[in-house]
Design a protein. Structure first.
Length: 156
């Protein structure tokens, strides 16, 4: 049986939090959508409950990390697939990442199968850009700006 590490600690923070003072968090997790018409069978209700639990734990971990940064207990930065690059300043030289393109990419479903090469490259580009913004804003402000995206085409 195969299980993702997120079964225990979705952001992988617990071990790092206990050992290190600099914590870099990259959160590629999804967002739980409202369910206007809840299912009535026990199996799908149980699945929804698991989703609620996962979302609450993820939010708790995120608050723990951000609080640690704000209190001065930890150094580092957090960036997520649903982050807004403008929230990081952004540092001079940040790559162009329109919010509508980033949100479209953030809505990509998590799956364990091959995806279209173009979509994969756009996701890599978005991760690269938001990581750069977070790192140069909070960790290495003097780092040189990127000269471009890893893949041509930006965020599409």
């Amino acid at each position: 049986m195969l299980a993702d590490g997120g079964v225990y600690d979705n952001l992988g923070l617990e071990t790092a939090w206990k050992r290190y003072t600099t914590i870099l968090v990259s959160d590629g997790g999804g967002k739980m959508a409202p369910q206007p018409k809840p299912k009535h069978d026990w199996a799908r209700q149980a699945y929804r409950v698991l989703g609620v639990i996962d979302t609450q734990v993820r939010n708790l971990r995120k608050r723990q990390v951000v609080s640690g940064y704000l209190n001065g207990d930890r150094d580092g930065t957090y960036w997520g697939i649903r982050s807004h690059i403008g929230d990081y300043g952004p540092p001079a030289g940040s790559l162009p990442c329109p919010d509508e393109s980033a949100l479209r990419l953030a809505k990509t479903a998590t799956r364990l199968k091959q995806m279209d090469d173009t979509l994969q490259e756009q996701l890599v580009n978005w991760g690269y850009a938001i990581c750069d913004a977070g790192m140069r804003r909070w960790v290495e402000p003097a780092a040189p700006a990127p000269t471009g995206f890893p893949y041509a085409g930006g965020l599409g």
